[in-house]
Design a protein around this ligand. Structure first.
Ligand code: ZN
Ligand code: ZN
Length: 356
């Protein structure tokens, strides 16, 4: 779907919701609808026009980047020029992105406009990816796979968790990525029991598991993959946890298809882990959508999910964590297809022993 097509779709949404315009403030949504990549912008989507307000730092870049969008260079406060770009009537704003203070400033500058809080108008379009977006996510996945495969071959010897994380990011940048798609996690031993562990300046210990969670960013699009590597002879609890986690992950991948509610998919993996008596050790959701944001709709968890559709891109990432001992998480990135899902991640998920 071209940017022009996205603009057509958002206008349909506006009509459907009885809105005369929407003021888009989420920068990722602005990028999706206009092509603008910058840190300061407000996009006004009206019935026949799109207007991007940005500041002078982005004057040249913005005009190069946008499609079918007028660019207005505003002062320090972009909202100062808002009134001249917003039609009268019912005007939506992104309630989940606008602070109370900014909402008050919007209201002050748009006297006589009926400001309507909206939620998820643009995110609802972003949830199903078009072929161009899928190509970028595939590229990002390939680059991350190559960096991870190199780590598996080379091992951890002589490097700290932090060094390994930095080297992974460097390898992905060398291969053409814009960077890592989020702060890479390398967490050995007991540290791996923290799902969002921060890499430390310590060596990876022997005879344990190491959680490596990483991804690349290409053309603005993210990839996301976790492998849990073995560094010798595992304690029985961790060996069993790995086998159960892998069974849960494979069961969820096998059940991932259009028409399935994401909460039910979460239940598939959760059921496998619960049946093994480890339910209390799987505290987070099964996965999430991936696109311009590393975490976006659809949410694969018990609450707040949605029915999966062809073209969604999701992670499947059950985890089992033992406080003070270690953790395992196995995460693949997959595209929902007409008859199931296509796993993008190419690194094998069988337990792999790596040198330290
Ligand atoms: Zn991840
Ligand atoms: Zn993830």
């Amino acid at each position: 779907m071209s940017i022009a097509a996205r603009q057509g779709r958002i206008r349909e949404e506006l009509r459907g919701q009885g809105l005369d315009a929407v003021v888009v403030t989420d920068l990722v949504n602005i990028r999706y609808l206009s092509g603008f990549v910058g840190s300061n912008g407000v996009l006004v989507v009206g019935p026949t026009s799109l207007v991007l307000l940005t500041d002078s730092r982005y004057a040249t870049a913005a005009r190069d980047q946008v499609t079918d969008t007028d660019v207005v260079i505003a002062g320090r406060d972009l909202l100062d020029r808002l009134a001249e770009t917003v039609p009268r009537g019912r005007v939506g704003f992104e309630a989940e992105n606008v602070t109370v203070a900014r909402r008050d400033r919007l209201a002050a500058r748009l006297e006589g406009v009926d400001l309507v809080p909206t939620a998820g108008i643009v995110e609802g379009l972003r949830v199903v990816k078009d072929p161009g977006e899928l190509d970028l996510i595939r590229d990002a996945t390939r680059i991350a796979d190559a960096a991870l495969s190199e780590l598996i071959t080379r091992g951890f010897a002589g490097r700290t968790e932090a060094r390994v994380a930095w080297d992974l990011e460097g390898a992905m940048r060398d291969a053409g990525a814009e960077g890592a798609s989020f702060d890479i996690i390398v967490a050995g031993g007991a540290h791996g029991a923290l799902p969002h562990a921060v890499p430390r300046a310590v060596a990876v210990p022997p005879d344990t598991l190491v959680v490596v969670d990483m991804g690349a960013r290409v053309g603005g699009y993210a990839s996301d993959c976790t492998r849990t590597l073995c560094t010798g002879t595992l304690p029985r609890a961790l060996e069993e946890a790995y086998a159960v986690c892998l069974e849960a992950q494979r069961a969820a991948l096998a059940a991932c298809r259009p028409g399935v509610h994401s909460g039910d998919l979460d239940s598939v993996a959760r059921g496998v882990i619960a049946d093994a008596g480890l339910g209390e050790h799987f505290g987070h959701g099964l996965g999430h959508g991936v696109g311009l944001d590393i975490h976006e709709r659809p949410w694969l968890r018990q609450e707040g999910g949605e029915v999966l559709k062809t073209g969604m891109v999701v992670t499947i990432e059950p985890g089992i964590y033992f406080e003070g001992v270690g953790g395992v998480r196995i995460e693949d990135l997959a595209i929902v297809t007409d008859d199931g899902c296509e796993v993008l991640t190419g690194v094998p998920t069988d337990l792999t022993t790596t040198t330290i």
